[in-house]
Design a protein around this ligand. Structure first.
Ligand SMILES: *Cc1c(COP(=O)(O)O)cnc(C)c1O
Length: 468
């Protein structure tokens, strides 16, 4: 084989074009072969097909058709979040625009650990991170203490960083206080950072209750970090942020708000007020690969006071030598715990600029409206029970009179059939089916068809038919 062509450089675009044609054709062929939201047949069937497509992972001699073969199999075996019946997780269908921008990021491959690998990317990141920070915390006055944000790989990394910054702000230790409704990545971050086990405040109604928090805080000593949630993963519930912020202020506790899911409401004129109080948090997690329609990864950690970020400062002579920094080369290493780092900011910048606040807000409004419509369909349907009116864009429901085992079996049967990808959530001691609407193209007819499908599948299970 001659030297394979490169993605950048003078020949880059010419080399990429036919390969992109191949990729796009293979995506199309794979999706057609799948014919639904996910491949039918369950894990064994999918695994066998993938094994067959791959053959030997590292053959002695290469195969020039591997791009087509593997992309086709990858697409055929995918759970496609752009399919209206793929609605389990906070797994958004990415915008074509953002995906195209991501191609440019891959082609040029800037790495944000030093200015000499990413001259324009570093400036773009500074600007966009600053603008998103201002969106959350306001513009700030003094540039030295103004809000800022870090681009991360997602909510998990953002939550880890929030805990790390809190620990460092308190001289090396902090106790995490979370509601029982908090995301699992928060206690895990405490474990990762060697912090004491978190204090868990019961949240029987699904949100962190200010009085219960107050009670917990009044019995705790030492530096504390309260983590509240704006948009729980299962029910989309938003903690009472202003009341929680007031309790934290009264007890001198630091506040982190995990708005990985709900943070997207900031773009919507209609829903933005539900995030009142977000700006009181010292740190905020936001995930634009959820209500932001970005390809993974697109996370953010916003800090109210950029001085908090000095804890991440780091020196490596080959990346940010002191004399280079003094001579004016931007020092980027302290904006992450990673070293080599992808310019995820490009797709974000392109999306924000192209759609604007109104365009993104319209997408947010659309999926929230779809969730309300789906909930209304469930509520009207005699064969289903609705958990609650949707808070964001997830709807929890279950077949009326079903056991938890039946609920679980219906979900798995639909997966195995390749006909729908629904989530599951255990709330109030019962198992629920979860529909997460993040697809702005999904229409009312799709929702009705989905509900009909669940009802039909449940009926066949009850009659004792084994899944295909
Ligand atoms: C999704 C989610 C996370 C984790 O984010 P990742 O991007 O998956 O790492 C954290 N908190 C909440 C509330 C989430 O919904």
């Amino acid at each position: 084989m001659s030297t394979p062509p490169l993605a950048s450089g003078p020949e880059g675009p010419r080399a990429l074009r036919p390969l992109l044609d191949t990729v796009l054709e293979a995506l199309d062929e794979g999706a057609r072969a799948r014919g639904g939201p996910l491949p039918a047949g369950g894990p064994d069937v999918v695994a066998a097909r993938m094994r067959e497509a791959l053959g030997e992972a590292l053959p002695d001699e290469g195969d020039p058709h591997a791009l087509r073969t593997l992309v086709r199999a990858f697409a055929e075996g995918a759970a496609d979040p752009a399919h209206p019946r793929c609605a389990a997780h906070l797994h958004c269908p990415p915008l074509a625009l953002a995906t195209a921008a991501d191609l440019a990021a891959s082609a040029l491959n800037p790495s944000l650990d030093s200015w000499d690998q990413a001259p324009a990317a570093s400036e773009l990141e500074t600007l966009v991170a600053g603008a998103l920070a201002a969106e959350i915390h306001g513009p700030g006055g003094d540039p030295g203490t103004a809000p800022d944000s870090l681009i991360t790989t997602g909510g998990t990394e953002s939550n880890q960083l929030a805990l790390l910054l809190a620990r460092e702000a308190h001289g090396g230790s902090v106790r995490l206080v979370v509601g029982a409704n908090a995301h699992h990545s928060l206690p895990r971050a405490a474990w990762l950072l060697g912090l004491p086990d978190p204090v868990v405040v019961p949240a029987p109604a699904g949100t962190l209750h200010p009085a219960a928090l107050d009670e917990a805080l009044s019995h705790l000593a030492g530096p504390l970090l309260v983590a509240a949630t704006a948009g729980t993963t299962d029910a989309g519930l938003i903690d009472p942020l202003p009341e929680i912020a007031a309790r934290c202020a009264a007890h001198g506790a630091r506040l982190h708000i995990d708005a990985a899911y709900g943070g997207g409401l900031l773009f919507s004129d209609r829903h933005r007020a539900r995030l009142t109080g977000l700006d009181a948090a010292d740190t905020v997690t936001l995930d634009l690969h959820k209500l932001g329609w970005q390809p993974v990864a697109a996370g953010l950690l916003a800090v109210k006071d950029r001085r908090d970020l000095t804890a991440l400062r780091h020196r490596a002579d080959y990346l940010n030598a002191a004399d280079d920094t003094e001579a004016g080369l931007p020092d980027l290493l302290g904006r992450s715990l990673r070293t080599t780092r992808r310019p995820d900011v490009l797709k974000l910048a392109v999306t924000l600029r192209t759609l604007g606040r109104s365009g993104l807000g319209a997408l947010v409004d659309q999926v929230c409206a779809r969730a309300r419509e789906f909930a209304a369909l469930v509520d009207e349907h005699p064969a289903f029970e609705l958990h609650a009116r949707p808070a964001l864009s997830t709807v929890l429901f279950r077949p009326a009179g079903a056991t938890d085992d039946t609920v679980a079996a219906v979900r798995r049967a639909l997966l195995t059939d390749g006909r729908a990808v629904l989530g599951r959530a255990r709330l109030d001691g019962r198992l629920w089916l979860k529909v997460t609407l993040l697809n702005p193209v999904t229409g009312p007819a799709d929702l009705a068809a989905l509900l009909h499908l669940v009802a039909a599948r449940r009926a066949t299970l009850v009659e004792g038919h084994t899944p295909r």
